[in-house]
Design a protein around this ligand. Structure first.
Ligand SMILES: Nc1ncnc2c1ncn2[C@@H]1O[C@H](COP(=O)(O)OP(=O)(O)O)[C@@H](O)[C@H]1O
Ligand SMILES: [Mg+2]
Length: 265
């Protein structure tokens, strides 16, 4: 039996009086894409911050490769192979692609005699890695990140995480600000990462994007797991309804009808 790369068991998180997560369990295995879906305020970011070492859980447990672990920092999470790519991907427009590839990098495997100031080598590796993942438009590592499209920046950030040994990729809304063509580049990249055996937690609002790549789906609402299901187990409408918090759509409809009654009165 394969061991999960990361497991959360009955995790709850409070901020003072605010309960952000209640009894959430989640795991991700090598070579699968778990989509984390949920409306604003559902607790998605809080969950990611726990997985990536920014927050400790209030109660509950975390296992990494089956070993109970308490993360004390984001750095420790990265060293254990858990990489988080945020929506803005932390790329700096005026920085070169090559430099960006190695900034803040904390290798979890040996990459040979590499010196940080060896910018030629950094450039070569960055261009090679981007090509490997289908970004052929970048010919020189000196090219500025600002010349890349939104999708290409996501690809750059994911390629970088994988190059430095990520085993788990946490992608926070990687496609939500992108048009169709750009989103496709990112979704293809996500599938390539899966092919290489990485476990992916894909956070999104977009049910279409989720169904295109997801193997398993977890819907959060008000800090709790509202539903879990596998590929092709639910229609897109069912998923959209769940993401709105289950009964939210009926509430909306009731409110709208009441409003229309008022207008008529
Ligand atoms: N640092 C914090 N301090 C206080 N409340 C927080 C903090 N982070 C998140 N929350 C609260 O926790 C709940 C879940 O938020 P969040 O995880 O950001 O949801 P999502 O990412 O799904 O929109 C919200 O009610 C939010 O206001
Ligand atoms: Mg959020």
């Amino acid at each position: 039996m394969t061991t999960a790369l990361v497991t959360l068991k009955s995790v709850s998180k409070r901020f003072g009086n605010i309960v952000a997560l209640t009894d959430v369990s989640l795991d991700v295995y090598p070579g699968e894409i778990v989509c984390l879906l949920g409306d604003n305020g559902a607790g998605k970011s809080t969950l990611i911050r726990i997985l990536s070492g920014y927050h400790g859980a209030s109660t509950g447990r975390m296992l990494i490769n089956g070993v109970p672990t308490t993360l004390s920092s984001p750095r420790q999470a990265r060293q254990l192979g858990i990489a988080t790519v945020h929506q803005d991907v932390g790329t700096i427009p005026m920085m070169s692609v090559g430099r960006n590839f190695f900034v803040g990098a904390e290798p979890t495997r040996t990459i040979g005699p590499f010196r940080w100031l060896d910018i030629d080598k950094a450039n070569t590796i960055a261009v090679e890695q981007m090509r490997m993942f289908g970004i052929t438009r970048v010919n020189s590592g000196d090219q500025l990140v600002g010349t890349l499209s939104g999708g290409e920046r996501q690809v750059l950030a994911i390629a970088r995480a994988m190059y430095f040994g990520a085993k788990v990729l946490i992608l926070d809304e990687p496609t939500s600000a992108l048009g169709v063509k750009e989103a496709a580049k990112v979704l293809i990249m996500v599938k390539k990462a899966r092919e290489q055996g990485v476990g992916i937690i894909f956070i999104t609002h977009n049910a279409r994007h989720a169904e295109l790549v997801g193997d398993r789906f977890v819907v959060l609402a008000h800090g709790r797991v509202l539903a879990r299901f596998g590929r092709n187990e639910k229609t897109r409408d069912e998923v959209l309804n769940l993401m709105a918090g289950g009964e939210a759509i009926e509430h909306l409809q009731a409110e709208l009808s009441a409003f229309e009654d008022d207008m008529r009165a």
